[in-house]
Design a protein around this ligand. Structure first.
Ligand SMILES: [Fe+2]
Ligand SMILES: [Fe+2]
Length: 330
């Protein structure tokens, strides 16, 4: 009688499959819908945290970017276990912001501005890496919802009973739409970082979207005399840029650079607080894109050309108002 070979032989890749079993267990813990602190405690108790931290550190080159804070590294590991797409996005957002940080733009630099605001590089890095930590608290069914109609429907009509209970545990009634619940991830990111004693980071992360209504969405914590605005705007811009230029999420096509820049222009028109950071950001994006065109010999499509004109006009118009902002006028 023929019997399947595998039934008689030990598994050929014993170690690998054990590692895989550990990883699957770690993933299951991350997806239990419990608070990050509790999930990390469980991972630790079951001896899984160290192994996963090592894997994540290597995969995302956390040593290369010198991510020092152990709590941020641990929660980032949890974020990767929960939803790798969010972790990739956060790492990339930091990379984009970091690149901008190093440049001299229009006679100033985001680095100088961040120093003026009293934010250290570590704090900014932690804030960028942790800006979407709040998503760990939300059901994956919300994070991954691609149906616009469902996304705009009340949670109680579209979520599974289990996920509904989960969001109610976060203080929602269930009458909010998935979109409204999703928007709260920003506040949750702030709360998670604040619980870790990272107050400046909490502030930066809790303001990373603005959502066009900054005043209503304000995170309630205060951080003494600190006034942070340019950096939260910078994170906001890096976040938009990463999301638009990556085709990471299957339901979203990547935008071209000129399309992305026009979206930032539109966003700035809706939210004037963003003007200063957006001016610097787009000045650099435009220079970089034009440099790329020169170097590659590529010619932009007609549509891209029209978009580039919109960006140039925005920059010319914005120059005057931006120049009166203290510190920029040379
Ligand atoms: Fe976000
Ligand atoms: Fe984000």
């Amino acid at each position: 009688m023929h019997r399947p070979e595998t039934a008689e032989k030990p598994h050929p890749a014993g170690r690998e499959s054990l590692e895989n079993a550990h990883h699957l267990r770690a993933e299951a813990i991350a997806r239990m819908g419990i608070y990050p602190g509790k999930a990390l405690e469980m991972l630790q108790q079951e001896g899984l945290l160290e192994e996963e931290e090592k894997r994540v550190s290597k995969e995302y080159d956390l040593d290369g970017i010198n991510l020092k804070n152990e709590t941020v590294r641990a929660i980032f590991t949890l974020e990767d276990l929960y939803d790798p797409g969010t972790a990739r996005h956060s790492r990339e957002t930091y990379r984009i912001a970091q690149m901008k940080m190093d440049k001299i733009i229009a006679g100033t630099s985001f680095r100088r501005l961040s120093k003026n605001e009293g934010v250290s590089e570590d704090e900014f890095e932690n804030g960028c890496i942790g800006h979407d930590f709040g998503k760990i608290l939300l059901p994956l069914s919300i994070l991954h919802e691609t149906d616009r109609k469902k996304y705009r429907s009340p949670a109680r009509e579209v979520l599974s009973p289990e996920d509904l209970t989960r969001v109610q545990g976060l203080g929602f009634t269930g009458d909010e739409t998935l979109m409204e619940i999703m928007k709260e991830h920003e506040r949750f990111s702030g709360e998670i970082l604040e619980k870790a004693g990272l107050f400046v980071e909490a502030y930066i992360a809790a303001h990373h979207h603005n959502y066009g209504n900054k005043k209503l969405e304000k995170y309630s914590a205060t951080i003494g005399a600190l006034h942070i605005s340019v950096l939260e705007d910078m994170l906001h811009l890096a976040d938009i840029e990463q999301a638009l230029l990556s085709a990471d999420r299957p339901y979203k096509k990547a935008f071209t650079v000129p399309e992305m820049m026009v979206i930032i222009v539109d966003e700035t028109k809706k939210n004037e607080d963003l003007l200063f950071a957006a001016y610097l950001w787009l000045t650099d994006d435009l220079a970089e894109y034009e440099g790329h065109l020169l170097a590659s010999g590529e010619t932009p499509s007609e549509e891209d050309n029209a978009n580039l004109e919109i960006v140039k006009k925005f920059l010319t118009d914005a120059k005057e108002s931006v120049e009166v902002i203290d510190g920029l006028k040379s």
